[in-house]
Design a protein around this ligand. Structure first.
Ligand SMILES: Cc1cc2nc3c(=O)[nH]c(=O)nc-3n(C[C@H](O)[C@H](O)[C@H](O)COP(=O)(O)OP(=O)(O)OC[C@H]3O[C@@H](n4cnc5c(N)ncnc54)[C@H](O)[C@@H]3O)c2cc1C
Length: 230
């Protein structure tokens, strides 16, 4: 009994502390990719300064009480203040549960919009590399790269179904690969110019380390790294 009163007081204090800091938005649509553990979410974020997004942003969403997770908006439209998220839910965690349970019409809350310091180089070839958790990041990087044919890259998706759906749903230069080994071979086969290619590595820390090593072995040194989780 006493514990439940203390818990209630704690929750109330948390709400009072969080409330002034949080901004809100609305879920417009949610699509669960069949057999693929990916959730695609369309949002209306009226207060987000999307016209100023010149680097790939990330948003710190409230996933549960006093629990926040970063997700990357892509496909944003500054006029309508809408954007989408792509969340890999193939594991258990507050972020996965939050994404799986979201429904159209629901209000969501976020603490901050942050900069990942990944913006496309103005002239070099931009090559994005990542995994299921960084698909949105790669799509955002592609959105920021002009002209579009300066963007290339690959993504490791161990679920082949997710790869097919990605190719059906999005127009992207990203090549779908099934393992880090395949990615290493793919990188070697591309013969990217060491002087005029910039690599952007994102996703699981282990994969990011493999990609970095492969690129170094091929003589590349122009890369930006953003590990998401370990
Ligand atoms: C800048 C930034 C942007 C990000 N953008 C995205 C995004 O657009 N989409 C996205 O899906 N994620 C993104 N992430 C990762 C996201 O913030 C969470 O770390 C991830 O969703 C795990 O949160 P969780 O609460 O579900 O699991 P947690 O409770 O944090 O982790 C549970 C367990 O699952 C493991 N795990 C965590 N993530 C994964 C995963 N993807 N696959 C397999 N195992 C995992 C963890 O190692 C841990 O053992 C981003 C992270 C950062 C830092």
């Amino acid at each position: 009994m006493e514990t439940s009163i203390i818990q209630k007081l704690k929750n109330r204090t948390a709400q009072l502390l969080e409330a002034p800091l949080l901004k809100s938005g609305r879920v417009l649509d949610v699509r669960h990719w069949e057999n693929a553990a990916m959730v695609e979410i369309d949002l209306h974020l009226p207060e987000a300064p999307m016209a100023d997004w010149h680097e790939v942003p990330s948003i710190k969403f409230k996933a549960a009480s006093f629990t926040y997770r970063d997700y990357t908006p892509f496909g944003w439209d500054a006029e309508t203040h809408t954007c989408s998220l792509l969340i890999d839910t193939a594991h258990e965690g507050p972020g996965s549960r939050w994404a799986r349970n979201l429904q159209a019409g629901e209000t969501i809350h976020y603490l901050a919009i942050e900069n990942t310091r990944q913006s496309p180089h103005p002239t070099d070839l931009v090559v994005g590399l990542g995994d299921a958790s960084s698909l949105a990041h790669l799509l955002a990087l592609q959105q920021l790269t002009l002209p579009k044919n300066r963007f290339d890259g690959a993504v490791v998706l161990d679920n082949p179904h997710a790869g097919h759906l990605f190719q059906d749903y999005f127009r992207s230069a990203l090549t779908i690969l099934s393992s880090p080994d395949e990615l290493t071979g793919w990188l070697a086969a591309q013969g990217y110019c060491t002087t005029h290619t910039r690599f952007y590595l994102t996703g699981h820390n282990g994969l990011v380390a493999v990609m970095r090593r492969s690129l170094k072995n091929l003589g590349h040194s122009n890369f930006k790294v953003k590990g998401f989780w370990s």
